[in-house]
Design a protein around this ligand. Structure first.
Ligand SMILES: [Zn+2]
Length: 636
């Protein structure tokens, strides 16, 4: 069967399943969604009826309804209608029209008020203007990245639509092979941490889970793309679990080499990944080695990204459906559930996950419709990897801060821009407002402020109590005036010569960035303190300092090297980790529903991956393995 005849078959089936009064004008395959354009459909009536559910059940396809173009009201008229209808308190900042999809995009400070009780305003807008309203949030802190992405998308609506139509045709092509075979190839991030990349193949389809780079070791930067199983031309989809460079850092590299298919991730993952990829280009320039991709490739990535919410089942290939679930690691981080064939085989990739509620996020999901095989991370999977409880680490943090500040010292906390930084901001804000520590300035340097601004744009992905605080009590800890953003070199010098303070700076592993500059300035004074709160990849300066090295070579902006003595006090607080401890991994494996038959282990140093795999085999009596990079595992 040809592509075209399969598409025609799907269209005919949709029309047959619809009540005849819905006068279908056109059906389009917009990426994973099938858009039905109708002359006189009452979209609200359709949505409140069982039509969409029935279609989803019988055809297993996601169908959306749109009005035909000629029905839509004039944009200027529509805009004034919306502004009149919606209460001023909603703080509408812009109203924009996407003619290619018939959507009106309403950006506002309080999207809840635009939506209205039970969506009453949206209904009004739809029935009176025939535009499909979509609400987005103006971040209360300005985010350059979000502004850039929204600008790109609004200028390139037609390009994006064309991209979706191409992707849609590919997704809905006919299945050629009836007997399902599934294999997993380890391209990177197996028996190591960094450059995560997994190739999943059936006889019909090819997808990549994560396309990361190794930040710690430039010699092992790339996943093994050269393995014969992998060709960019055959790739159907890329799925990104979360926005850390070791998972998302090389996506634009695929576009540089001709990939034109989709990237699936949550919305915050798209925003944060874009920020990190653009920053990575700058880091490369600064460090004097060529960046593996350019800004243009990052733009292609954005235009090809299809944001998904958690729990939404999405067709990504003729024989594969994807659903993302919360993984509790950082904002928007997801576990990836893949459903193969007609549901005969289901696979879950945990990505990086935390099976414990934190201040920022809910704990990772454990319930799935079906799971035959599981691929699990093992960052803290070693037998010695006991992570102290959050309470313990928070208590210790309080003590370190108090004793250091009291003796006139400064506290440096190197953090990854995304995740631990925001978790700590919430903790520090509470400590000061409750009087647990002295009210000293908290300086935020590097990408942290930008990442925090992106957090404020996506409160739906935060933990329920934090969301409640922000959305319903008007208390947003990220907006506290205890925090001071640092961007200029002059400000840094003032901080270094100034009084006691707390400094949160990137990079989290002391590889370049302001954190190294602060370390150089603070290292020789024993009154100061350095606190590690996140995993230090081996080979990084962070890992060496953590292990107790007494000096390091600092290379200044002019390339001159200087030996710096390390006298400041070094602490490690593992309790803030965004990864599950060995016991949390065990708990997760005991609670996951249904129980997988096979468990594969990745994302951990060799000894940890093997040790966790052995433990799972002995205690949980599962078939397990800790594959090596370049290994291929036949799942079915
Ligand atoms: Zn991560």
């Amino acid at each position: 069967m040809s592509f075209e005849s399969e598409l025609k078959r799907i269209m005919d089936e949709i029309v047959q399943n619809l009540p005849p009064e819905i006068n279908v004008k056109k059906i389009e395959f917009e990426g994973p969604e099938i858009a039905v354009y109708s002359e006189n459909a009452d979209v609200d009536a359709i949505e409140s009826s069982t039509i969409l559910k029935d279609l989803a059940k019988t055809m297993r396809k996601r169908v959306v309804f749109r009005w035909n173009v000629d029905k839509r009201k004039d944009p200027a008229e529509t805009e004034s209608y919306i502004r009149n209808l919606v209460n001023e308190d909603a703080e509408i900042t812009s109203i924009e029209f996407d003619h290619t999809r018939g959507e009106v995009i309403i950006e506002s400070g309080k999207p809840g008020l635009v939506i209205g009780k039970k969506g009453v305003n949206l209904k009004e807008i739809r029935t009176n203007t025939f535009w499909q309203p979509r609400t987005i949030r103006t971040p209360p802190l300005h985010s350059r990245t979000i502004q850039l992405i929204r600008g790109m998308l609004s200028k390139e609506r037609q390009t994006q639509k064309d991209i979706l139509l191409k992707i849609g045709k590919r997704i809905h092509r006919p299945v050629l092979f009836k007997d399902l075979k599934i294999r997993l190839s380890a391209l990177g991030g197996f028996r190591e941490v960094g450059r995560s990349c997994i190739l999943m193949q059936t006889r019909d389809s090819n997808i990549l889970l994560d396309v990361g780079l190794n930040v710690g070791n430039p010699n092992e930067r790339f996943p093994f793309f050269e393995i014969p199983e992998f060709t960019i031309r055959d790739l159907d989809a890329v799925i990104i679990s979360h926005a850390h460079l070791d998972h998302c850092g090389l996506v634009p590299f695929l576009y540089k080499y001709g990939y034109r298919g989709p990237v699936y991730s949550t919305l915050p993952t798209r925003n944060l990944s874009t920020m990190l990829q653009l920053d990575f280009i700058q880091i490369c320039e600064k460090e004097g080695y060529p960046s593996p991709y350019s800004k243009r490739d990052v733009k292609s990535t954005v235009l090809h990204t299809i944001p998904l919410s958690w729990g939404k089942v999405t067709d990504i290939a003729p024989d594969i459906k994807l659903t993302l679930h919360n993984s509790g690691h950082i904002l928007g981080s997801s576990m990836v559930h893949l459903h193969f064939g007609k549901g005969d085989y289901n696979f879950v990739y945990t990505g990086d996950f935390k099976y414990q509620k934190t201040r920022l996020l809910e704990k990772a999901a454990v319930k799935f419709p079906r799971v035959e095989a599981l691929l699990i991370e093992s960052t803290y999977g070693g037998p010695q990897d006991r992570i102290p409880s959050r309470q313990e680490s928070e208590r210790e943090l309080k003590q370190i801060l108090n004793s250091t500040l009291k003796r006139g010292g400064k506290v440096l906390i190197p953090v990854l821009a995304v995740g631990r930084a925001q978790e700590l901001l919430i903790v520090l804000e509470e400590y000061i407002s409750k009087g647990f520590i002295d009210k000293v300035p908290i300086f935020i340097d590097g990408l942290i402020s930008e990442a925090t601004a992106i957090h404020t744009a996506n409160p739906d992905f935060l933990s329920s109590d934090l969301r409640e605080k922000i959305l319903h009590q008007g208390k947003n800890p990220f907006l506290s005036d205890y925090f001071e953003t640092v961007s200029a070199q002059e400000e840094r010098l003032n901080i270094i010569t100034g009084g006691p303070c707390i400094i949160l700076a990137t990079s989290g592993m002391l590889i370049g960035g302001p954190s190294v500059q602060y370390l150089k300035a603070l290292a020789e004074d024993p009154n100061n303190a350095l606190i590690f709160v996140s995993y230090q990849v081996s080979g990084t300066l962070g890992s060496r300092v953590q292990k107790g090295f007494k000096s390091f070579n600092y290379v200044d902006a002019k390339g001159r090297t200087q030996l710096v003595k390390i006298n400041l006090k070094i602490f490690t607080l593992e309790g803030f980790s965004g990864h599950s401890s060995r016991s949390q991994i065990s708990q997760f494996l005991r609670r996951i529903q249904p129980r997988p038959k096979k468990v594969l282990v990745c994302h951990g140093e060799e000894s940890k991956a093997i040790s966790l795999s052995t433990m799972i085999h002995k205690k949980l009596r599962k078939s397990t393995a800790a594959p090596k990079n370049l290994e291929t595992v036949l799942l079915k």
